[in-house]
Design a protein around this ligand. Structure first.
Ligand code: EPZ
Length: 432
């Protein structure tokens, strides 16, 4: 299939209701954890996304049969344990697939997994993953771009997993998935606290693991001999939920977002409040009314429960039409700013000083040909285009398909003027 683009005609307030899908960033490690199961797993809320398809292909290579039933639930069953090789061709398409390493090592004692490789949002090392697995007793070598890990038996121990910008989400997940079958008790200090880490822990517990403290910086895992299959439902996608709320606010619309977990978005909702946005929350919905232009705020991204880096770009699109000057600093991925140049092409005023951006609100944006460089940058450009005068042609939307299920279909249902069409224009080499 050739490349595609979105053609968006802006200027229509979004109106109506939208239901949030299951969380991509919870579903991916949960699917990887099915490698550990001695029986079938039945998982609900796995979103229909490119990243999920890529992981399903990798798991297929690793002997885990993944099938999506008519109800949308995903059945996962280990059918063979012969091959523990995750090739570069697939791992390089989706970094999160690196989290098959922990479960392979724990369950099969051997794994050969490609290093993830480069990423548009910045430097993304895996040293913390390897540090944790080595601490559990794995013999790990890096050869020709591959991690080769061996361990007859992993042994529980204390592991400090803090890194230069705090804890690692998938690093915590990888080590947790290895420690559940280790001999003895493991304590992960400075673990990531994201809701996706808690969801993975709950899935492992549903399979029979013994884990305490998920959601805090100190996770205690008592190794068990085996894990069974289970039935489980993935949490809603907090990043997708907030993206729809920001789109509603930016277009001056009235949108009710359903199947949302507001407690997973406290820092974001607090920023909405600070910006003077009109919204109502209750336990499973948030209604956004974008009647007011957001007031300037200061925004720094942090590990959970701080403001998530994955919402930095969509929030920047919203504040491009805000009042005054909003300051953005991304402490997690300081170089995650490829959307800035594209927003400026649409008339946004952004002053960048090293990794800090000052966004000076403008009265209007203009439609323009722009390009997505990564998933969340793509979402930001969709939000900007929905507000802009005239038409925007947004290219490289394959980035968006990685993390937003049926994005244009749901925006259409909220009254947006958006269509997907083949992108005839020749593909330019990415600007480095
Ligand atoms: C997860 O990536 C998410 N991906 C990312 O979402 C998200 O941006 C990120 O967490 C931070 O919230 C998934 O869950 C699939 P990290 P992850 O390891 O786990 C440094 C999206 O848009 N670090 O928590 O790979 C790293 O450089 C994606 O959906 C090390 O130094 O991120 C970064 O600065 C993009 N050494 C920080 O930690 C390591 O070994 C946080 O990274 C690992 C990470």
């Amino acid at each position: 299939m050739g490349l595609e683009k979105f053609v968006i005609e802006g200027g229509r307030p979004l109106k109506g209701e939208v239901t949030v899908s299951g969380s991509k960033n919870a579903a991916l490690p949960i699917l990887a954890a099915t490698i550990l199961a001695e029986g079938p797993c039945d998982i609900g809320g796995v979103p229909v996304l490119r990243d999920v398809d890529v992981l399903a292909r990798i798991l297929g290579e690793l002997g885990v049969k993944i099938e999506r039933g008519a109800t949308g639930r995903v059945a996962a069953q280990v059918v063979s344990e012969d091959k523990s090789f995750a090739p570069y061709e697939l791992v390089s398409m989706m970094r999160a697939s690196f989290c098959v390493l922990g479960p392979l090592l724990a369950k099969r004692g051997y794994a050969k997994v490609s290093l993830p490789g480069g990423c548009a949002i910045g430097d993304r090392p895996v040293d913390l993953h390897l540090k944790g697995l080595r601490a559990l007793g794995a013999d790990i070598k890096i050869e020709h771009g591959y991690v080769i890990a061996k361990a007859d038996k992993l042994r529980g121990t204390n592991i400090y997993l803090g890194g230069p910008s705090g804890s690692s989400v998938l690093g915590t997940g990888n080590v947790m998935m290895a420690a559940v079958l280790a001999e003895g008790t493991t304590i992960i200090e400075h673990a990531a606290c994201e809701p996706e880490v808690v969801d993975l822990a709950n899935f492992l517990i549903a399979m029979g693991a013994s884990i305490d403290g998920a959601g805090s910086h100190r996770i205690k895992i008592r190794g068990v001999r085996r894990l069974e299959g289970c039935e489980y439902n993935v949490i809603p996608d907090r990043i997708e939920a907030a993206t729809f709320l920001m789109a509603a606010a930016a277009t001056g619309g009235e949108v009710i977002v359903r199947n949302i977990e507001p407690t997973h978005l406290e820092a974001v909702i607090d920023k909405f409040r600070e910006a003077g946005l009109g919204f109502n929350r209750n336990c499973k919905t948030v209604a956004m009314s974008g009647k007011v232009r957001p007031k300037e705020v200061e925004l720094t991204t942090l590990p959970y429960p701080g403001f998530p880096t994955d919402l930095q770009a969509p929030m920047m699109a919203l504040m491009a039409l805000g009042q005054g000057a909003t300051v953005f600093t991304d402490l997690i991925y300081p170089e995650r700013l490829h959307h800035v140049a594209e927003l400026k092409r649409m008339g946004a005023r952004v002053i960048r000083v090293n990794n800090t951006c000052v966004v000076i609100g403008v009265d209007k944006l203009q439609g323009a040909p722009v390009m997505a460089s990564d998933l969340r940058a793509g979402a930001a450009l969709v939000i900007a285009a929905l507000c802009a005068e005239g038409e925007t042609h947004l290219r490289r939307i394959y980035h968006i398909d990685r993390g937003y299920e049926n994005f244009e279909g749901r925006l259409l249902s909220l009254g947006a003027k958006i269509r997907r069409e083949p992108d005839e224009a020749p593909e330019k080499p990415p600007v480095v």
